[in-house]
Write a protein of this length. Structure first.
Length: 256
């Protein structure tokens, strides 16, 4: 994946999700490699200005803002995150639909690189996560999983974007990059079930540079143990479980 000749070519990269956990790492990585980045953010004050960084305000479904974002882009990287599991969730699908339409109409040669999740039926997931974890995630994140699946299906079936790649990581954590990552076409390779945000960012920017997995769904898994994990709360799984109990069993809305 590391192609020095390709990296010497400076690119115009459009980025959706630049203030998120993966997206902020993608932003720093792309700028560090000398690329020009145009980032779509909801508020310009949420991102630090930098040389070769252009900021456009708007949402991931704003057609006018997206048209400005992807104009002259060589690659469009999408790292939309949401952990609020609720009925009718369609964030990933809506963003995918809007981005695909704008790329088709504005910049059809752009390569769309999207991060979703490995938790929705990717072969090898249950083997890596275990049956109990797979069942728990299927309950705690069922609407999130359905939204990711819908986004991928739209991308693969709509035919609006001819150049795309979808990456599906399992658990992503904030920790120093370890560099040990395995990729599998349409499967989650055997591994540690953990990838760092920085390693994920490297993969996404590598793909933008090299286009090594065109029109493929690629599972991502770590092959080395991640050390010095930062800010991982053991309360998060309990929060998601209680949230689903409220919505599905008690028929209450998500907690404020």
């Amino acid at each position: 994946m590391d192609n020095n000749e390709t990296r010497n070519k400076k690119m115009n990269i459009a980025l959706i999700g630049a203030t998120g956990k993966t997206g902020s790492h993608v932003l720093r990585t792309a700028l560090a490699r000398g690329h020009s980045v145009t980032a779509l953010v909801r508020g310009a004050g949420r991102i630090t200005p930098a040389e070769q960084l252009h900021i456009i305000e708007g949402s991931g479904t704003d057609a006018e803002a997206l048209a400005k974002l992807v104009r002259d882009a060589d690659a469009v990287i999408v790292t939309v995150n949401h952990m609020v599991n609720r009925p009718g969730l369609s964030t990933h699908r809506d963003v995918a639909a809007a981005v695909c339409k704008v790329i088709r109409d504005t910049c059809p040669s752009a390569h769309l690189v999207m991060q979703t999740s490995a938790s929705h039926g990717l072969p090898g997931f249950e083997h890596s996560a275990g049956r109990v974890m797979t069942a728990m995630m299927g309950f705690m994140l069922d609407y999130v999983i359905a939204d990711h699946r819908a986004a991928e299906q739209l991308l693969q079936s709509a035919g609006e974007v001819q150049r795309y790649t979808v990456f599906c990581p399992p658990k992503i954590v904030e920790a120093p990059a370890v560099g040990g990552v395995a990729l599998g076409v349409n499967e989650l390779p055997i591994g540690t079930f953990t990838v760092t945000y920085q390693d994920m960012a490297n993969i996404l920017v590598d793909e933008a540079e090299n286009a090594g997995h065109m029109r493929q769904r690629v599972g991502v898994n770590g092959t080395r143990k991640v050390k010095d994990v930062v800010n991982v709360s053991s309360a998060e799984p309990r929060r998601l479980l209680w949230q689903n109990i409220r919505m599905k069993v008690l028929r209450l809305g998500p907690p404020d």
